[in-house]
Ligand binder design. Structure first.
Ligand SMILES: Nc1ncnc2c1ncn2[C@@H]1O[C@H](COP(=O)(O)OP(=O)(O)OP(=O)(O)O)[C@@H](O)[C@H]1O
Ligand SMILES: [Mg+2]
Length: 253
């Protein structure tokens, strides 16, 4: 990390110090909205804590932060000597922009978004983690750029698509963006598959020469997320398929 002599930003040093205690950072992205990124990122967090890993989840969606709702988290982060300690559910430590945004929309410029992400990474005390999962917003805009920029030493990105050709088209563009940014594509997942009616994500993965991690069926139990107890999330067909995808990616065994 380099410093501009005129403008030393202590937060960058703090981020560097905090990231040293995190073994692997994984982004969950897509480019496309509403494909299940947040549900995959949160359930992945719960699956990993269930496998005895120390895990944090960072929700960087400024316009629709959903991890707090998915996990039904009501507690706020605790202000302590070394920063803000995120609340946990099933040992998963969750920090979200939603703690600060509440229900109000956030009309932000790209610069403001970068600042918020820098601030969040600097103030959050996740402690020592095996995995930090980052739930990216749709698009490949400022949030993704800032996150990649501050977390250069990441393990890569899991890209979520659906059977829709429209989704695959957007995911292809996102994949090229991440490759251009030197972020490794851990693999592609095709989510929300109805009645084994598979789409073209497998072929897209082959075209991009990146791993295909598998299909996740459309699962009615997780469709209306506020109706499921977060502790039951890992017991769904959705989670079972995600677990297989994580095995394929060598994240769990
Ligand atoms: N496999 C699935 N089966 C049924 N419903 C699903 C599945 N995956 C996700 N959903 C549902 O689809 C909706 C969108 O999911 P989610 O919020 O995770 O998408 P997202 O990609 O994070 O959206 P955004 O782009 O707005 O951040 C949620 O209501 C979620 O419960
Ligand atoms: Mg989301």
């Amino acid at each position: 990390m380099s410093y501009n002599q005129d403008k030393i930003d202590y937060r960058e040093f703090l981020i560097w110090k905090r990231l040293r205690n995190i073994s692997f950072t994984i982004f969950v992205g897509s480019g496309k909205g509403g494909v299940g990124k947040s549900l995959i990122a949160t359930t992945m967090g719960l699956i990993l804590t269930g496998n005895s890993f120390r895990v944090g989840l960072l929700d960087l969606d400024m316009h629709g932060p959903s991890s707090l709702m998915i996990l039904d988290i009501k507690q706020l982060p605790k202000e302590e000597k070394n920063g803000l300690v995120p609340p946990s559910i099933n040992n998963l430590k969750v920090m979200s922009i939603g703690f600060f945004a509440k229900d109000s929309p956030l009309p932000l410029s790209g610069m403001a978004k970068r600042e918020i992400i820098k601030e969040l990474l600097a103030i959050t005390d996740f402690g020592t983690l095996d995995y930090l999962i980052i739930d990216l917003p749709p698009g490949t805009g400022d949030e993704s750029l800032a996150a990649i920029n501050y977390i250069k030493n990441n393990r890569g990105v899991i890209l979520v698509s659906t059977p829709s050709r429209l989704a695959q088209q957007v995911v292809k563009r996102a994949a090229i963006f991440f490759i251009d940014m030197n972020v490794k594509i851990i693999g592609l997942i095709e989510n929300m598959v109805l009645d084994n009616d598979f789409g073209g994500t497998y072929n897209l993965a082959r075209e991009l020469n990146v791993p295909f991690l598998g299909y996740i069926p459309y699962d009615k139990r997780v469709a209306y997320i506020s109706e499921i107890n977060p502790k039951e999330l890992t017991k769904t067909t959705f989670a079972e398929a995600l677990q297989n995808a994580l095995k394929k990616a060598n994240i769990i065994h």
